[in-house]
Ligand binder design. Structure first.
Ligand code: ADP
Ligand code: GN1
Ligand code: MG
Length: 363
């Protein structure tokens, strides 16, 4: 544990003595540490916030304060242990929800949710059903968050038109001489771009409503208890107005994938329809009464859309020189993009069946 980390920890309001502060998790955005403390007190998650990704930290933290306060009240009123069912921010000694260092780094701290399980990929349908319930319930519980609207922490986050614009600019600029190695991927993107704008059009026409969504529902952002029951939805940085399809689609992207996000063997990459059915079942148990018919009609398409969008973001970051997502090897973002595009193809091949499953769950 470095002196710097210990010093940062000392700005948060807790008497717990830190024994270790160690790197934790596999998130692509922040620098995350676990603070291990002496028995009898909570451990903590200490995070250096990525200000290249989140430009307005006060707006980000204000959202998280509002969302966690709202969820906490609901869990408490139903007799649940709110410290385990939602994130708990630890205030600084000055009473703020983040600490700024003299050189401008921003840090925040949460209670570490102990004895949890989390998975990068899903093996059993039971896990997928539980994951679906977690995301459906999360959306339900935030539906009555009082006004005003949440801040847009990353403007146009899932806006496919803006993401396509950014991609075409990066491809043309080709600042890192990589465009030559992404011919198949570029053609893949271009041949589908009009189709992928359809959800945005339905939104603009008022057919699909904006709701409060999580917007980053990959499976490792759901924590489970030791019995495999859903416990807590974490990583609340992108909770803001969105279409429910973004959450459903992003969750299926990882929950129903046969492989890791950066698999390099193309043979291993496909959408597992049984896991899709299981996740959708859990999700619809929670959300079916709330959703409009027009929203349900787009659910089967949502995983292809969001998987395409995230593939496009990985590809753009590869062309841009890997500035956004943390990478662990050269070409990592390109590998990730390729996995997403293969998954899109697998979605396309199974679209009729996915639509049928959603219809069966909609009655
Ligand atoms: P990133 O945006 O970089 O993905 P996250 O907020 O998702 O950052 O945190 C990274 C990882 O840290 C998560 O995937 C999870 O494993 C772990 N984590 C985050 N918050 C908690 C918490 N309160 N309790 C336990 N583990 C947590
Ligand atoms: C990032 O923060 P993390 O690792 O859970 C990203 C998501 C991507 C995901 C791809 C704020 O999620 O949008 O879908 O990587 N988060 C942000 O794995 O950009
Ligand atoms: Mg995360």
């Amino acid at each position: 544990m470095t002196r710097e980390l210990r010093e940062i920890y000392s700005h948060f309001r807790t008497a717990a003595v830190p024994l270790e502060i160690e790197r934790y998790g596999t998130g692509h955005i922040h620098d995350t540490y676990r603070v291990v403390t002496a028995p009898g007190s909570h451990d903590y998650i200490l995070q250096k916030l990525n200000q290249n990704v989140f430009r307005n930290i006060p707006a980000l933290q204000q959202n998280i304060e509002r969302v966690t306060t709202h969820l906490r009240a609901k869990f408490e009123s139903s007799g649940c242990d709110a410290d385990r069912r939602t994130l708990t921010l630890i205030p600084t000694t000055g009473g703020k929800s983040w600490h700024t260092t003299p050189d401008g780094e921003c840090w925040r701290m949460y209670i570490f949710i102990s004895d949890h399980r989390s998975w990068e990929t899903v093996i059993s349908p039971e896990q997928a059903v539980e994951g679906g319930r977690a995301i459906g319930r999360f959306q339900c519980m935030l539906a009555d968050l009082p006004e005003p609207p949440l801040n847009d922490t990353i403007p146009f986050f899932h806006n496919i038109e803006k993401r396509l614009e950014a991609f075409h600019i990066a491809l043309k600029a080709d600042r890192h001489n990589r465009a030559g190695s992404v011919k198949w991927e570029s053609e893949f993107v271009t041949s589908r771009q009009e189709k992928m704008k359809s959800l945005l059009r339905l939104g603009r026409q008022g057919i699909i409503p904006l709701r409060i969504t999580h917007n980053d529902t990959k499976f490792n952002n759901i924590l489970f208890d030791t019995n495999g029951r859903e416990l807590c939805v974490i990583d609340l940085d992108t909770v803001m107005p969105g279409y429910i399809h973004y959450d459903f689609g992003d969750a299926i992207r990882t929950a129903a994938s046969s492989c890791a996000e950066d698999e390099t063997d193309p043979e291993k990459i496909y959408l597992n329809i049984n896991l899709f059915r299981a996740f959708a079942k859990g999700y619809m148990e929670e959300m079916n009464p709330t959703l409009r018919c027009a929203e349900k009609e787009q659910l089967a398409f949502a995983p292809a859309l969001i998987t395409y969008t995230i593939g496009l973001r990985f590809l753009t970051d590869y062309l841009d020189g890997d500035n956004y997502f943390k990478i662990h090897r050269p070409g990592h973002n390109l590998d990730r993009a390729r996995v997403q595009f293969r998954l899109v193809e697998s979605n396309e091949a199974q679209q009729t069946l996915m639509q049928q499953i959603i219809r069966e769950l909609s009655v």
